[in-house]
Design a binder for this molecule. Structure first.
Ligand code: GLU
Length: 331
């Protein structure tokens, strides 16, 4: 039975929070039937649409996991957060932002029309495919594996282990990539690519196929919640300015063309991907009353059944519930 109105000042112990999250994961799992798994990359269609899992890692050391948290999945568009951070660290923020803008589009992530219609000849932001492919072309390295290593090195620093590729998804993505190739050719024609087109696209398909867990997403979220600092290892991973710009982009452009609604109803920086993953970042809040994770947390969600915008249908509802009950909004 799900809990009703909660007095958080008396319910902040770990066991109670665990039961609370378990109840709501069970509740929102029913909502997975309201969406569909992605099918435009054939291999993604094999995901179980009923899966739903969440991990929350708090600055206070508290960690709550519930649901299908053991299922690995590919990072997909969430890799765009990492490649953007790496490009800014390798090239400098102004170099990157001179070439890719920071504006939301209101269009699908893989739209070709809007890049052509943009008067300023640069992609709208690093999280639409045109921007992400441009960013990937900036990464250090002369081969796709060298460029990918830049991303894997950063993930290794964040997660404490080096993730691997899901080769089946990579091959499926590479072999069904007509639209991304079309975007790549357009970028080539406009002079925006900084590396060979095929090397850039190979890197992009590989970076999207990195295998990750809900726990990993929560850990990345925790580092971003702390402006790039890992509170668990007491170490700066991302320079503060880059972490802050990344969060601004996540808030304005991270949830496809539902980013405005997500900012309004959930109110935290987030990034999703078509395999059903979401990273959400809840910075510390200043509140007088007791609330869970008041000192900030990172949240990872996985639910491969997607809504019509490409976001995890049950994952978004679960996040919206938790964010409103725990007052996680940054606004
Ligand atoms: N690899 C996917 C693509 O470029 C990533 C899309 C996404 O997760 O939004 O189509």
């Amino acid at each position: 039975m799900v809990q009703g109105i909660v007095n958080w000042s008396t319910e902040l112990n770990e066991e109670w929070l665990q039961n609370y999250v378990d109840d709501w994961v069970a509740f929102y799992r029913k909502h997975t039937k309201d969406g569909e798994v992605a099918s435009y990359i054939p291999k993604l269609q094999e995901a179980n649409p009923h899966h739903l899992g969440i991990t929350i890692i708090g600055n206070n050391g508290l960690e709550i996991s519930s649901g299908d948290v053991e299922i690995p999945f590919t990072i997909q568009s969430i890799s765009k957060v990492i490649s953007f951070i790496v490009a800014c660290m390798e090239r400098g923020v102004s170099y990157v932002l001179d070439r890719v803008d920071v504006e939301p589009t209101g269009e699908a992530f893989n739209s070709i029309m809007h890049i052509e219609m943009n008067q300023v000849k640069k992609p709208f932001n690093p999280f639409v495919n045109a921007g992400a492919i441009t960013i990937t072309s900036m990464l250090n390295g002369n081969t796709s594996d060298e460029k990918l290593a830049s991303i894997l090195n950063m993930l290794e620093k964040m997660l404490g282990y080096r993730p691997v590729l899901d080769v089946d998804i990579y091959e499926s993505e590479r072999d069904s990539s007509m639209r991304n190739r079309a975007i790549g050719y357009y970028l080539l024609e406009t002079g925006l690519l900084e590396s060979d087109l095929n090397i850039t696209l190979e890197t992009y398909f590989k970076q999207c196929s990195i295998e990750i867990s809900v726990h990993d997403l929560a850990k990345i979220g925790l580092i971003l919640a702390n402006d790039g600092f890992d509170p668990q290892r007491n170490e700066e991973i991302i320079p503060r300015q880059i972490a802050r710009i990344t969060k601004a982009l996540m808030l304005t452009c991270g949830m496809y063309d539902a980013s405005g609604k997500f900012a309004t109803y959930v109110g935290v920086p987030a990034k999703s991907g078509v395999s059903g993953g979401i990273i959400a970042v809840a910075p510390p809040r200043v509140r007088d009353e007791a609330m869970p994770f008041l000192s900030g947390c990172g949240i990872g969600v996985f639910g491969p059944s997607l809504d019509d915008k490409g976001n995890s249908v049950a994952g978004i509802r679960l996040l919206r519930h938790i964010a409103s009950q725990w007052d996680l909004s940054i606004f």
